[in-house]
Design a protein around this ligand. Structure first.
Ligand code: KE4
Length: 432
């Protein structure tokens, strides 16, 4: 790994400056490169499948701002939509027709969502969905899965994945014990443990929240029967099934994991892609449940900038672009070429590697055995991932700065980018 002062002098200076004003120099912990070592790069601009750091290096970008930029960076149609809306005003704190348009578009793609409420982040979406589930069922317990990350609301920072997993903070300080006690965690893909938790607490469980394809402990697919059992048990015990599709929505399929696996949750949370790079989250689902949301019902949830026209414009332009014919067939083809290529290289070079891919989402683990849950994900070789990450960075490929995250394709990626990535990976594997 080239010394940072020679390769990234401007980023290094910018990071030192940022730390004087921002905790850890970043506005979100996962950006701090803690899992891979070294210091974060500061980006200057992006275009399509590429980003440039402030030292002038260009990268093929598979992070896409942790998922939102499914149409690539600075897509002309997104930029134009934002510019036009900005010139008319960014926010009114009053209803606008563009909010209805985005809600109707989401309803068309996610038929399980009879009503949709816009918020400003995935965290707000999951926090609101939990409150709603507790109000609707008049119960307090929540079930989540170890290694799944649903944002940083108190009830959900319990054995979470993503930055919490990477930072080794299984439970964040500041979460009151009695709040944490209301959250039960179960290993992902563990049907027996799931049945036990329902046998023991079934009548107290307000809802189960799950990443229907896990992306925050690295990418882990649900095993045969896992999601169906979840649907059966929640229905049997009168608990709500909440699909957190903030990451999987529009990624594993246009209609998310619920479309891919053919399962209808009671509530769905969305984020990332629906804002096209601007802050948007959403939650929605069955009409009888959403009827409880204020002002229609008594469950309070609000937001100054919820549904602001600027973010709606970016989201609508993005969804228009990915609803074009052939987009998901191409995601699948490119995703297979990438992960299939990596797996073939690893086999030929005797590098233990597990890969996962569904639609435009993919993940790798430097592990001998397939990864099926948080425990096995944590056994993956992080030292190898660290070396791989930096070797790929120096080869002009920007990956997730943690093995416990996922990677993403944009419509702007093509075979040229995949080939370049596989060439870089061959050199990187050689250094492992
Ligand atoms: P936000 O509050 O970050 O918009 O969304 C929270 C969230 C909820 N649900 C799922 C499945 C998520 O993946 C996320 C956020 N994902 C992380 C990356 N793994 C965001 C990156 C970050 O924390 O900076």
């Amino acid at each position: 790994m080239t010394d940072e002062t020679t390769r990234y002098p401007r980023s290094q200076a910018a990071f030192a400056k940022a730390k004087g004003a921002i905790p850890g120099g970043v506005n979100s912990p996962v950006r701090a490169f803690r899992a891979v070592g070294g210091e974060p790069l500061f980006f200057a601009h992006g275009e399509g499948a590429y980003v440039w750091d402030i030292d002038g290096h260009r990268y093929v970008d598979y992070m896409l701002s942790w998922g939102p930029l499914i149409a690539g960076h600075a897509h002309p149609e997104v930029v134009q939509a934002v510019q036009e809306q900005a010139a008319k005003g960014t926010s009114f704190g009053a209803p606008t027709q563009i909010e209805t348009e985005l809600a109707e578009t989401i309803k068309a793609i996610f038929p399980s969502m009879d009503l949709v409420r816009m918020v400003n982040s995935g965290t707000e979406a999951t926090m609101s969905a939990l409150r709603l589930a507790r109000a609707y069922t008049e119960r307090t317990k929540i079930v989540k899965f170890a290694g799944c990350y649903h944002g940083h609301a108190d009830s959900l920072l319990i054995r979470a994945g993503s930055g919490v997993a990477t930072l080794g903070l299984p439970d964040s300080p500041g979460v009151p014990g009695d709040v944490a006690a209301q959250t039960l965690t179960v290993p992902y893909n563990d049907i027996a443990a799931l049945r036990t938790v329902f046998t023991s607490y079934g009548d107290d469980i307000a809802g189960v929240i799950v990443e229907p394809v896990a992306g925050n402990m690295g990418m882990v697919l649900p095993e045969e029967g896992f999601l169906h059992t979840l649907r059966e048990l929640t229905r049997e015990y009168g608990a709500l099934l909440i699909f957190d599709e903030v990451m999987t929505g529009f990624r594993v399929a246009l209609g998310g994991a619920q479309e891919h696996f053919g399962i209808t949750p009671d509530l769905t949370t969305l984020g990332k892609v629906i804002g096209g790079g601007l802050p948007v989250g959403a939650y929605g689902g069955r009409r009888d449940i959403m009827a409880m949301v204020a002002p229609l019902g008594p469950v309070y949830q609000a937001g100054t900038l919820s549904g602001n026209p600027l973010a709606m414009a970016a989201g609508l332009a993005t969804l228009r672009l990915i609803r074009a014919p052939g987009v998901y067939e191409r995601f699948h083809e490119l995703g297979k070429a990438l992960t299939g290529g990596l797996a073939a290289l690893a086999k030929r070079m005797n590098v233990p590697l597990q890969t996962a891919q569904l639609g435009s989402m993919f993940g790798v683990f430097f592990a001998e055995q397939p990864v099926r849950d948080y425990e096995s994900a944590q056994k993956a070789n992080n030292e190898r991932y660290r070396r791989y990450f930096h070797a790929m960075l120096e080869a002009g490929v920007y990956l997730a700065p943690s093995q416990l995250e996922s990677g993403f394709l944009a419509t702007a990626h093509g075979h040229e980018e995949i080939e370049k990535t596989l060439e870089a990976a061959e050199r990187a594997f050689r250094m492992l």
